[in-house]
Design a protein around this ligand. Structure first.
Ligand code: AMP
Ligand code: GLY
Length: 420
């Protein structure tokens, strides 16, 4: 079959890498892709937020199956448009993607489903929001309601920070995404990510991971989109995963179906775990980045069968075959990320790296220029390895990093520390 993947980051490189290994995959196209993806797939320059453009491209290229990587096309209704055109699509409708695109929507679903999560209040004006913070004190969490490219959450350890965040959000820092603000109770505990495929009927857990959001070693420095990840997440034991399914995920899916907007695709539940009890931090309606990279490294070719069965409402026939293995991914970012950084620096040493079912250098933000790989983004490479133990995966990933010559980039040296 001909397969189109939408997106151009490390997540999509790992999806393409897994899909490509499956004999069901004939032609593989990724839009827009990047320099690493171009080594294994055709890259197409189409506007992936434009459902009509994607539908036309899919028809012209005899595409059978579309996998949507990032949240923006989902929130823009691209999955709906493609399904209307008769395509088989992996990804939720815009209505179901509100689980990611509106924090308040998710809170209201949790209320209806009685799912454990932080207590909250929702505001459309700064005055009452400031009064709420003054009443409740810190620590407290301030969230722009809408999509803000992962930057719309401020975990405020003191009231002054919380009040500044409120003023910034209502002052337009995130545009329309900050027109409403959700203020939440600060939850303590250990965070982990839980990934569940859903086809509107069946929910199939496919793995767990943990990422590292802070830029620097020791979980210091500014928040980022994620500086590294590993799978599985030891804190998400089978018992806690079962609890999360029973108390959070299944009631959420039932409520979505009851509202006439059943959820199709991957549901990424961010959980806070304390004393054996999981609580929901947030949902995402896509694979995490870089969590996807470690999941794909472990799932390999079966990822395509699972995503296809999900899109065709056949999940009840499927099971996930896990090896007793571990994967770890280290993000290499441009110096300065997540602040301002230079683009265009040359990365050397990638050619000599191993590329097999235990080692992959996934590209997140790269382009090819005059035969050289250059950095085009903040997060640039995801050096990913698999092993029988997390220690082995860790050693393999960092051995690859030692071979990469890129003075304009940096990486954390302690990915996986909690589990190691
Ligand atoms: P989100 O975009 O909702 O995932 O928030 C980003 C990060 O902020 C999460 O991964 C958590 O580390 C943190 N966070 C969000 N909400 C809370 C909360 N209620 N309590 C503690 N930390 C939170
Ligand atoms: N790594 C966090 C995310 O993808 O949202």
């Amino acid at each position: 079959m001909n397969i189109l993947i939408l997106g151009g980051g490390g997540r999509e490189h790992s999806l393409a890498w897994a899909v490509k290994q499956n004999p069901k995959c004939d032609r593989l196209i990724v839009a827009p892709g990047n320099a690493g993806i171009a080594q294994i797939a055709d890259c197409a320059d189409i506007d992936i937020l434009d459902g009509d453009a994607v539908a036309t491209f899919a028809a012209e290229n005899a595409v059978d199956f579309v996998i949507i990587g990032p949240e923006a096309p989902l929130a823009a209704g691209v999955a709906d448009r493609l399904r209307d055109a008769g395509l088989t699509v992996f990804g939720p409708s815009a209505a179901a993607a509100q689980l990611e695109s509106s924090k308040y929507f998710t809170k209201s679903i949790c209320d209806a489903a009685n799912a454990p999560t932080a207590s909250y209040a929702r505001f459309a004006q700064a005055g009452p929001a400031r009064a709420y913070v003054q009443e409740h004190g810190a620590p407290i969490v301030i969230k722009a309601d809408g999509l803000a490219a992962g930057k719309g959450v401020v975990v405020a350890m003191d009231s002054a920070t919380a009040l500044t965040a409120i003023d910034d959000m209502f002052g337009g820092e995130f545009g329309q995404a900050g027109a409403e603000v959700v203020i939440e109770e600060f939850m303590e505990g250990e965070e982990a990510s839980f990934f569940i495929l859903c086809d509107g009927q069946t929910a199939l857990p496919i793995g767990t991971a943990q990422d590292h959001k802070r830029a620097y070693d020791g979980d210091q420095g500014p928040n980022t989109g994620g500086m590294g990840a590993y799978s599985p997440a030891p804190v998400l034991t089978d018992a806690i995963a079962a609890k999360a399914m029973a108390e959070i995920v299944n009631p959420t899916l039932a409520e979505m179906t009851r509202r006439g907007t059943p959820y199709h695709g991957i549901l990424y539940a961010g959980l806070m775990i304390k004393d054996g009890q999981p609580r929901l931090v947030e949902y995402n309606c896509r694979f995490g980045d870089p969590e996807c990279q470690v999941l794909m490294m472990r799932l390999g070719a079966q990822a395509l069968d699972l995503m296809l069965a999900c899109a065709q409402n056949r999940l009840s026939d499927m099971q996930v075959n896990w090896a007793d293995d571990h994967a770890l991914s280290v993000v290499m970012a441009a110096n300065g990320y997540p602040g301002s950084y230079e683009k265009g620096s040359v990365i050397n040493g990638l050619d000599s790296l191993p590329e097999d079912s235990h080692h992959m250098a996934f590209h997140a933000g790269t382009a090819e220029k005059d035969g050289q790989i250059t950095a085009t983004g903040g997060r640039v490479l995801n050096i990913t390895a698999r092993g029988n133990t997390l220690q082995q995966a860790h050693a393999r990933a960092y051995a690859m990093i030692d071979q990469i010559d890129w003075p304009e980039g940096f990486n954390r040296t302690d990915i996986g520390w909690r589990a190691l």
